[in-house]
Design a protein around this ligand. Structure first.
Ligand SMILES: [Zn+2]
Length: 374
């Protein structure tokens, strides 16, 4: 991939908490509409691996939630890898996953990303570079793939959240005309409905916490808004390990910093023992900080981020955690915010401290939440 700003080429973009991409060299954001759509032997292979994992995930028995989520994570990792290199079907699959609410990001951010990916595919020119292996899938400039992208795009706009529908660029009527003008419209095709991949809240949060141990891409910290009822459901979850049946949350808390913050009072409470699992009625934020799994930042830098997030006069202060909670609880559709090493990297220049980068990240989150409100 080549950055339009600094003109240098790189293998993989930085991937930010809200799904945006940035150049790893100059840290400028990358515009999806400029992605070159190309199919190569390598990206086609990655995409096929992704599909295999996806189908295997769908075939796991319902009781085996761990195998299901492991396979799905693998599918998404392969798919992202191919999408980063401009594979059109991988971009389409990624768009669909955003559209269906698979990723833990704000609903309006997910909508915007699905929109951008679908649009990049139907508006783009698809170049099949596979020479003799090229097949009908991408003939006529990838007409077939572009038509599916256009159909899903119109379907997305038709079901847009009300606040999005009022914006000009998301108007169904004018976009329908644009799709027709491009010769990509198929009548009757845009009314299909697609199921949303929705699980229960406690299961979803468990998936996020499990990802802390990922050997490919582990999150650094995250905030998940929960009601007392949702937290109680989470606190009841168990799993069977080598030593028998255990409490899931407490097992994770042995390796990952877990705190429950009372949203109205801003008081954090560590989750470590059985006694910490009982909560009074109210609204909470489950905050975690994680150094397990695979990270791009060094141990020293991760600790500096942790100190900066949790700093204050006493261990119970958490000034920046509370600042983030007050920002994200403003958005109507807030749910889970999961930040990775790339979110720190993109905000850090060589001379600045990690704490400074964290401050800039918080400003970005605030700006994005306000944009969602507008
Ligand atoms: Zn750049």
């Amino acid at each position: 991939m080549i950055c339009e700003k600094c003109k240098r080429s790189f293998e993989r973009p930085l991937e930010l908490y809200n799904g945006d991409w940035a150049c790893p060299l100059c840290h400028e954001s990358l515009t999806l509409s400029n992605i070159r759509l190309v199919v190569t032997d390598e990206t086609e292979e990655l995409f096929k691996m992704s599909e295999v994992c996806y189908l295997r995930a769908l075939k796991t028995p319902p009781a085996d939630k761990k195998a299901y989520s492991d396979l799905l994570t693998k599918a998404v990792d392969f798919c992202k890898e191919a999408a980063h290199r401009g594979h059109p079907k991988a971009l389409l699959r990624l768009a669909y996953l955003y559209d269906a609410g698979y990723f833990s990001i704000d609903g309006s951010e997910a909508f915007r990303l699905a929109y951008d990916y679908y649009k990049a595919v139907w508006k783009g020119k698809i170049n099949d570079m596979r020479g003799s292996k090229a097949n009908a899938d991408y003939s006529e400039g990838g007409m077939k793939v572009r038509k599916s992208a256009a159909r899903l795009y119109l379907n997305l706009l038709k079901n847009a959240p009300p606040k999005m529908r009022s914006l000009d660029r998301y108007r169904y009527d004018s976009e329908l005309r644009a799709v027709k003008d491009a010769g990509l419209y198929e009548s009757g095709g845009d009314s299909a409905s697609y199921g949303v991949i929705a699980g229960d809240r406690a299961g979803r949060i468990c998936e996020i916490l499990d990802s802390c141990f990922s050997k490919e891409h582990a999150p650094l910290f995250g905030l998940m808004m929960v009601s007392s009822g949702e937290f109680s459901a989470l606190a009841k979850m168990t799993e069977t390990g080598r030593t028998g049946v255990r409490n899931k949350l407490l097992r994770i808390a042995e390796k990952v910093d877990l705190y429950l913050v009372d949203v109205t009072r801003g008081v954090p409470r560590a989750v470590r023992n059985t006694g910490d699992l009982a909560v009074a009625d109210g609204n909470y934020c489950l905050y975690f900080f994680n150094t397990q799994g695979k990270h791009a930042l060094s141990g020293g830098k991760m600790n500096a981020v942790r100190k900066s997030l949790q700093r204050g006069d006493s261990v119970t202060d958490f000034a920046r955690v509370n600042e983030l909670i007050s920002i994200i609880s403003r958005g109507e559709e807030y749910c889970d915010y999961v930040f990775g090493d790339d979110d720190i990297t993109v905000h850090k220049s060589k001379t600045e401290s990690v704490g400074h980068a964290l401050g800039d990240l918080i400003k970005t989150v605030q700006k994005n939440v306000l944009r969602g409100e507008a």
